[in-house]
Design a protein around this ligand. Structure first.
Ligand code: HAM
Length: 420
């Protein structure tokens, strides 16, 4: 019997795994400059952590979450997204504010697998907890877009919206409900039955019946209260000052109930429209309170899909982790185990080294050396070892020289620096 990775999951090998490693490293160095620290939290939580955050009626909780009972009979869920765990950890450990954390995490959603949509995907994300200032919103949108530009991705569209707060959103919801109620029979079948549960979701429906009805629906931007409206204007002003292009998107409804005020999504112009969201985020000013923390503790963050970033890089021919050939290949014709020792000593000096575990003939080892793309070969047999002299060969020019063991590191570094 042979086993396969579960449907919707993948084994990620090099070069994709290398690209993902490089994306994580670049993200870390960028956001650490802005004071974010890595947070590693459990991949599963009490079911309620996710249910209360994203909302029982959200697709993620009602249809996609991996829920299980542990052996102690507790109801648990695999993380479908990163925000809820960060907020739970923040509350549990009573961290001082502003609390700034970044993460790189797998996330699990029982979705219909297709290109760019998996049941286990991976996200880079960050969260700031403890400030309602529009500065935070501007800072995190700036970080998200700067990160993309730093990896060579510039053909994206940033959509920005405000979802209002507990004062204005209910009024908007009522207005939308009334409108949708008056057009109920024109909605898609699914939304005819369900629009009352979460009318905002209808704005996100891609079916032609719904898109046609919602063309003339009331939009949230016209119904924001004074506070939300000026918060939103400040955010937009900051983005303009930073020359960050955006599109105001009053129809932008994100899939979690926790959002308040600023929400945004970054769509790639190189991906198919059904999977073109490479990142998204927003404010969740009531989430800390909802999960049992102090009231009046606002928060904001974003998550980006690593698999989708890889697809965009590939679509644009951008390589951020090119395959690296070794500096040196050891061609060991001696009868002893010299290669691992010499390789170990050279690697300690920062020189990358490869060699064949199974020693073959000179011809076959040289073939491997050339195939590896190494810059130099160090060739030695019993005779060279006895004389204490190693042959260094430039694999591009064929030029050879003999170097004593004590000077080998220096000679290699010198040759590598000349070759560049
Ligand atoms: P999200 O939009 O659900 O937001 O996910 C963030 C990103 O993860 C998406 O834009 C997409 O690139 C990627 N993604 C989501 N689902 C899949 C999937 N099934 N397969 C591949 N990639 C996927 C969140 O998760 C929020 N926690 C973001 C946030 C952080 N909001 C505030 N703070």
């Amino acid at each position: 019997m042979s086993f396969q990775a579960p449907i919707g999951t993948r084994d990620i090998f090099a070069p994709e795994s290398k690209t993902i490693g490089a994306l994580i490293a670049k993200f870390a160095s960028l956001v650490e400059l802005a004071g974010f620290d890595l947070l590693i939290s459990p991949l599963f939580e009490d079911y309620e952590v996710f249910a209360r955050s994203a909302g029982q009626a959200s697709e993620v909780v009602s249809k996609e979450m991996y829920v299980f009972s542990d052996r102690g009979g507790r109801e648990m869920a695999l993380r479908p997204e990163g925000t809820a765990s960060v907020v739970r950890a923040f509350i549990q450990h009573q961290n001082p504010t502003p609390f700034k954390a970044w993460y790189a995490t797998p996330a699990f959603r029982y979705e219909k697998p297709q290109a760019g949509r998996y049941r286990q995907h991976h996200q880079l994300g960050l969260e700031v907890i403890g400030s309602a200032s529009p500065s935070c919103d501007i800072e995190i949108i700036e970080l998200a877009t700067s990160f993309l530009k730093s990896i060579g991705i510039s053909n994206f569209t940033l959509l920005v919206n405000s979802m209002g707060d507990e004062n204005c959103r209910p009024l908007y919801r009522e207005a939308l409900l009334d409108y949708l109620g008056s057009k109920k029979t024109e909605l898609c079948q699914d939304h005819q039955d369900r629009f009352k549960l979460n009318p905002l979701r209808v704005l996100d429906c891609k079916k032609p019946e719904c898109t046609s009805v919602t063309k003339d629906a009331p939009m949230i931007d016209a119904m924001l209260c004074q506070e939300c409206s000026s918060h939103h204007q400040e955010v937009l002003k900051g983005l303009s000052l930073l020359a960050i292009d955006f599109i105001s998107a009053p129809r932008l409804v994100r899939g979690f109930d926790y959002y308040t005020r600023t929400t945004f999504e970054i769509q790639s112009n190189s991906l198919d429209s059904s999977q073109n969201a490479i990142g998204g985020g927003g404010r969740y000013d009531k989430l800390v309170e909802k999960l049992g923390g102090k009231s009046e503790t606002p928060g904001i963050g974003f998550g980006m899909g690593l698999e989708r970033l890889v697809l965009v890089l590939e679509a644009n021919g951008i390589e951020i982790a090119p395959k690296q050939s070794p500096d040196v290949y050891l061609v060991d014709l001696s009868s002893n185990l010299n290669s691992p020792v010499l390789a170990g000593l050279l690697r300690r000096c920062g020189i990358s080294v490869d060699y064949s575990y199974e020693k073959g003939s000179m011809k076959s080892q040289m073939r491997h050396a050339n195939k590896s793309g190494a810059t130099l070969a160090i060739i030695f047999g019993q005779r060279e070892l006895e004389r204490g002299l190693y042959k260094i060969k430039d694999l591009a020019t064929g030029e050879e020289s003999e170097v004593p063991l004590t000077a080998i590191e220096e000679a290699i570094l010198e040759k590598l620096s000349k070759i560049g």
